[in-house]
Design a binder for this molecule. Structure first.
Ligand code: AMP
Ligand code: ZN
Length: 489
């Protein structure tokens, strides 16, 4: 059996054997959330997919430095350096400081990641915390001849870069094709080439977040933060870079160009991209307005939902599809996932009660090999789950006295179950998964009340009152205390 881990690399468009640059160390960078609003379930799918990848690399014994950034500046509404700053716009709308917006949604993001049982990254750097690194990088790109300044804004010169390096390599597009799909420049434009993008943007007098730079007061373009922070923490070339597929064509293509133009080396060995969570075939996104918030899913408080589902059911639902396949969201699929999850957890409980016999009639070694084979094939979690259901079948047959298992095999089966269900798939079975009369789990009520605390801290009393009223209507009695809250059904 091939024991190597194979990873599909977007850059080479094929599966490659995973050979870290400096084993057992692995550097992994994942583009994190833009914290001007709540994360939706689509964002969660990407972060849960990378949690699975992180967990499996750890299980294989790698020492992973996992960097996931927080984008808290430099994000304009259009992909191509146009429109308002999303943070400033939201700050005005909510009558908060931009950094209050950042704090509010970062806390909410962490709450959601905890409830989905994802492991924290090793480093979670912010764009605003790395302005000087970004400025240094822009200076270096200008010095190397791949960027130019125009009216206090600095642009990356894509056509010049493309003479020396292939610009559209990540999506396998030639410059001419890319140029064809981009609008012509008009008299208003400052940039020289249609595909040029901003590295540093001149601030307007009313710009809320701005910093001094060699080009005057301004703020960084969106892409430069990831180039600056990944090279700072993982080096000029590192192992894995990930994000959603929607980031390939612009954000990651520009990241490669910036890092290459600055450091004269290709920054990443393996590019990994997760596919999109869709609703009725349409990508879930903040702008499309079809984004479910995790708590809407947990409470069932959404017009498209028949009822709520526990976070572990949602996590299991996501693991049932491969990270590179699209996943469509539906009530039926969630109900199916709930049944499957419960069956798996129940078999785990039965497993603890099985008694060993002197002989085994089951083949646990083969089962174990199949589980590794699935995960080694580009982290194929749906195939892994199919093998885990074979384990469920075996457990139930032994329990019914139709098969037997010896001591060694029983230990192996328990270890296999724990490894793949809990450590790798990141599922958990604590009693808080069981719903009480409110239809909510204890974990969920805690999470929702923590979100309410965050809302109160941010003086968002409308949200805090709404959460209290919704929970009260479900029979949850909330008592605010000095340290936070207490609740009972
Ligand atoms: P954002 O906060 O919009 O910058 O997105 C954070 C992460 O979520 C990025 O890696 C996106 O590629 C990813 N993402 C956005 N929408 C979806 C979706 N519908 N399904 C899966 N991942 C998504
Ligand atoms: Zn990024």
């Amino acid at each position: 059996m091939d024991k190597n881990l194979h990873i599909y690399n977007t850059l080479s468009r094929k599966k490659e054997v995973f050979e870290p640059i400096n084993p057992p160390l692995v550097g992994m960078y994942v583009c994190g959330p833009t914290v001007y609003s709540d994360v939706h379930l689509g964002n969660c799918r990407t972060f849960i997919s990378f949690d699975l990848i992180y967990r499996y690399l750890l299980h294989l014994g790698y020492k992973v430095r996992y960097v996931r950034n927080i984008t808290d500046a430099g994000h304009l509404e259009g992909d191509r350096d146009e429109g308002d700053d999303k943070f400033a716009k939201k700050a005005k709308l909510e009558q908060l400081e931009p950094m209050e917006i950042v704090q509010k949604y970062t806390l909410g993001f962490h709450d959601v990641m905890n409830i989905f049982n994802t492991l924290s990254p090793s480093i979670e750097p912010t764009a605003t915390g790395h302005i000087s690194e970004q400025i240094e990088m822009v200076k270096e790109i200008i010095a190397n001849g791949y960027a130019y300044e125009k009216n206090d804004t600095v642009y990356f010169d894509v056509e010049k870069y493309n003479i020396d390096f292939p610009y559209g390599q990540l999506t396998n597009r030639k410059l001419d094709d890319l140029l064809e799909g981009t609008r012509e420049l008009d008299g208003q434009d400052e940039k020289k080439g249609r595909l040029d993008f901003a590295l540093w943007i001149k601030a307007k007098p009313e710009t809320l977040m701005q910093w001094p730079s060699p080009w005057g007061w301004g703020f960084p373009g969106w892409h430069i933060e990831c180039s600056a922070m990944s090279s700072k923490y993982l080096g000029e070339t590192f192992d894995i870079h990930g994000g959603g597929m929607d980031l390939q064509a612009t954000h990651h293509t520009n990241e490669i160009a910036q890092s290459q133009a600055c450091n004269n080396t290709s920054p990443v060995k393996y590019w990994l991209h997760t596919n999109m969570l869709t609703v009725n075939g349409v990508r879930m996104s903040k702008s499309a307005g079809n984004g479910f918030l995790p708590e809407e899913l947990f409470t069932g408080n959404h017009p498209l939902l028949e009822r709520g589902y526990s976070p572990m059911v949602v996590r299991f639902f996501m693991s049932q599809s491969h990270y590179r396949s699209t996943l469509d969201f539906s009530n039926e699929a969630l109900q199916g996932a709930e049944k499957g999850f419960q069956k798996l957890i129940k078999a785990g409980e039965t497993l603890q009660t099985l008694k060993a016999k002197s002989e085994s009639s089951v083949n646990i070694e083969e089962l174990k090999a199949n589980c590794y084979k699935a995960m080694n094939d580009d982290f194929n979690s749906p195939i892994l789950i199919a093998h885990l259901f074979e384990a469920v079948r075996i457990i139930n047959l032994i329990n019914d006295g139709k098969e037997s298992i010896n001591n060694t095999d029983l230990d192996n089966l328990k270890s296999l179950f724990n490894t793949f269900v809990f450590d790798v798939l990141g599922l958990k079975t604590d009693d808080t998964n069981e719903s009480n009369d409110s239809g909510l789990t204890g974990d969920l009520i805690d999470m929702i009340l923590n979100l309410r605390l965050d809302a109160k801290k941010n003086k968002d009393f409308a949200t805090s009152d709404k959460i209290r009223d919704e929970l009260t209507s479900k029979g949850v009695v909330i008592k605010d205390t000095k340290d936070g809250f207490e609740w009972e059904i």
